[in-house]
Design a protein around this ligand. Structure first.
Ligand code: NAP
Length: 247
């Protein structure tokens, strides 16, 4: 799709980004605004959300924690009109070896990530216009067995299947999923701390694409999925080939 076709398809449309105040969500908001879409952003922290909203000149914001079902329902019920696309970003899964897994935390995160996808979708039915889309995000790295990846693996295995089911249930609204490896975002910086530059260097040297994946790579595909009305029920990998190489 050329830039001008993308622009024509998105101009004037409304894109809701759950987890739009940082990282992949915020970059998607920037790219959607460049295509003259209206964007509505959510997050949990008001200050960061307001900063992001000013940054992209958002049409609206909402405080929403994906772990709180009532907030999801309230947010969508409170929208002034129909929307065209919803991107569901959010928090990351905990990485811990078996002996260190905090099962309460794991249950909370899996509930938020997996049942949360169902809750958001149910709240969207009747609010997203036919032919519009929902997009979820998960990981590719946890498809390969690894120490500490069990919880992330549950999410990475389940979300593509959930997405395909939802695509049938909510048609003609479309549902798709992005799967990624390391993305250079504030979440990765928080997880890796001082080790992030070393991780970038390793990935630059070993990934088939010889560079690190950034939020703009994910955002570009998200916009494509919003506008390509032939695509539904699918999961697309944007990981620079990370799943193909040993860690
Ligand atoms: N970065 C990676 O390497 C990577 C790899 C694989 C998958 N992913 C997935 O991609 C998604 C986005 O990651 P990112 O790197 O862009 O993260 P990020 O920079 O931390 O941004 C996350 C966004 O989601 C919001 N958020 C976090 N937890 C939330 C919750 N429980 N309910 C509602 N909103 C929440 C954050 O704002 P508040 O904190 O204010 O709520 C922020 O706006 C995540 O689901 C992550 O698991 C990322």
């Amino acid at each position: 799709m050329t830039t001008s076709t993308l622009h024509q398809a998105l101009a004037g449309q409304t894109v809701v980004i759950l987890g739009g105040s940082s990282g992949i969500g915020l970059e998607t908001a920037h790219q959607a605004r460049s295509a003259d879409a209206r964007v509505i952003l959510t997050g949990r922290q008001r200050e960061r959300l307001d900063r992001a909203a000013r940054d992209v000149d958002a049409a609206g914001t909402g405080i929403l924690d994906l772990g709180r079902p009532a907030e999801i329902e309230r947010f969508f019920t409170g929208l002034a009109g129909p929307v065209d696309h919803v991107l569901v970003s959010g928090g990351g899964p905990p990485y811990a070896p078996l002996r260190d897994i905090d099962f309460d935390e794991a249950e909370r995160v899996l509930d938020e990530h997996l049942l949360g996808a169902l809750r958001v979708t149910r709240a969207c039915v009747g609010r997203v216009r036919p032919g519009g889309s929902l997009i979820f995000i998960t990981g590719t790295h946890a498809r390969r067995p690894g120490i500490g990846l069990s919880i992330a693996a549950i999410a990475a295995a389940a979300l593509p299947v959930i997405t395909a089911n939802l695509a049938l249930e909510i048609a003609p609204i479309r549902a798709n999923c992005l799967a990624t490896g390391f993305v250079d975002t504030p979440l990765s910086a928080r997880i890796l701390g001082d080790a992030i530059e070393q991780r970038r260097e390793v990935l630059r040297a070993t990934l088939p694409i010889r560079r690190v994946v950034g939020p703009s790579d994910l955002a570009a595909l998200a916009l494509h999925l919003m506008t390509n009305t032939a695509v539904t029920g699918a999961t697309f990998d944007v990981d620079g080939g990370q799943q193909l190489i040993p860690d």
